[in-house]
Design a protein around this ligand. Structure first.
Ligand SMILES: *Cc1c(COP(=O)(O)O)cnc(C)c1O
Length: 392
């Protein structure tokens, strides 16, 4: 898949963009939903849909069979409502009591951690003539959010008596689901199940992130919450890879300039790279402000004409330089693939993450807002979002 002039006027002449393959996203949703069956699927679209654009991902995920959405904050939920999303939206982060009115007004489903927020919600729901759903989170060992099992059971029973409020769901989140050794995860699951079993009147139990859904589909319960998997990536090298998930995002650009340097010449700030032979240096308009980690300086590579071109010298804020000396016929305007495939070659977000000592999640979320996103369906651009002509 590549952008031609016929396909998109908006991308013509652009030097950096991300391509979002909505067909791959739909494929992944369907594969994960089969894996979770009969559980429902909440597509996790926090952090602007892991950098893919939350509104576009939400609409495409729902069309492909996702049942609802999950985000972290009320702001993220509001963004989806403004984009016309009607489906239920679970807010998984902490919601301050000040946001009670927005929760009710936006029809969001918050995670509650005490009595103050639900009491405020119930009063507002009564005034609005609606019933407000909430979920409870059991902290089973991530020590991040939620309450210990016995406190959740007591809280649930207290909330059960409040009119205009319904405790719809109970959930937990695992600390090491993406590791081969599932001992701790099984223990978390046991603690969660023991608590949930005391609350059989709560209709939706859910524990599964992508790694859990891949490795332990029997834990799917009533609902699953995959994030990374819907974007076509695997959470770690240790999880099962038998679903054939397809990466959704590619990051591409074009060579803006070729420079010819002599032995001894240096490239970029700090002069950390010097030519050992007459070299051709390609300029890509992608830097750390676009989400290309500076840790890739002198370590990463990109694809040009299906071959690897090393990043030479330090990655700058807005640009990076490439050694394209060995790439036959290289020319200004040639396509540069930073994440994605070209010819027979492929570079994944996971490959970049590994060089940088991080995880693919961070690479995806780091792709800056100023990088235009081009959405593809059936190999054609259906929408382009940029800072000057934003989506939503
Ligand atoms: C982000 C998140 C998920 C999704 O995790 P993935 O590893 O991306 O599948 C699920 N549940 C909670 C509570 C999360 O914060």
């Amino acid at each position: 898949m590549s952008v031609t002039d016929a396909e998109s006027d908006t991308l013509r002449g652009r030097l950096l963009w991300a391509e979002i393959d909505l067909d791959a996203l739909a494929f992944n949703i369907k594969a994960l939903k089969i894996q979770a069956s009969p559980a429902t699927l909440a597509a996790v679209v926090k952090a602007n849909g892991y950098g893919h654009g939350s509104a576009e991902v939400a609409h495409a995920a729902l069309a492909a069979g996702a049942d609802c959405l999950a985000v972290i904050s009320v702001d993220e939920g509001e963004q989806l409502r403004r984009a016309g999303v009607q489906a239920p939206i679970l807010v998984m982060g902490h919601t301050p009591v000040n946001d009670a009115q927005r929760i009710v007004g936006l029809r969001l489903t918050p995670t509650v951690n005490g009595r103050e927020l639900p009491l405020a919600l119930a009063a507002l729901a009564e005034a609005a003539g609606v019933v407000q759903p909430v979920h409870l989170k059991v902290d089973t060992g991530l020590s991040r959010y939620g309450r210990p099992a016995q406190e959740v059971v007591a809280l649930a029973e207290a909330l059960r008596a409040i009119p205009f409020l319904v405790v719809e769901g109970i959930y937990t989140h695992f600390a090491s689901a993406d590791e081969t050794d599932k001992t701790f995860m099984q223990e978390q699951y046991r603690v969660f199940t023991a608590a949930a079993d005391q609350l059989p009147w709560i209709s939706v139990r859910h524990v599964s992130n992508t790694a859990t859904l891949l490795d332990c589909p029997e834990m799917s319960g009533d609902m699953v919450r995959p994030g990374l998997g819907i974007y076509g990536l695997y959470p770690s090298a240790e999880v099962k890879r038998d679903l054939g998930l397809r990466p959704v995002l590619s990051l591409k650009g074009r060579l803006a300039r070729l420079a010819f340097v002599s032995p001894g010449d240096s490239v970029s700030y700090g002069r950390t790279w010097r030519a050992s032979r007459p070299s051709v240096i390609g300029l890509a308009m992608c830097g750390y402000a676009d989400g290309l980690p500076r840790l890739l300086s002198n370590r990463g590579s990109v694809l040009v004409k299906g071959e690897r071109a090393p990043i030479v010298g330090r990655v700058c804020m807005d640009m990076c330089m490439l050694d394209v000396t060995d790439i036959e016929g290289v020319a200004e305007g040639d396509e540069v693939v930073i994440i994605g495939s070209q010819g027979e070659s492929c570079i994944t977000a996971g490959d970049l993450a590994e060089i940088c000592g991080t995880i693919s999640y961070e690479i995806l979320c780091g792709i800056a807002e100023r990088v235009p996103r081009a959405y593809f369906r059936n190999g054609e651009v259906v929408k382009v979002g940029t800072l000057t002509s934003p989506l939503v």
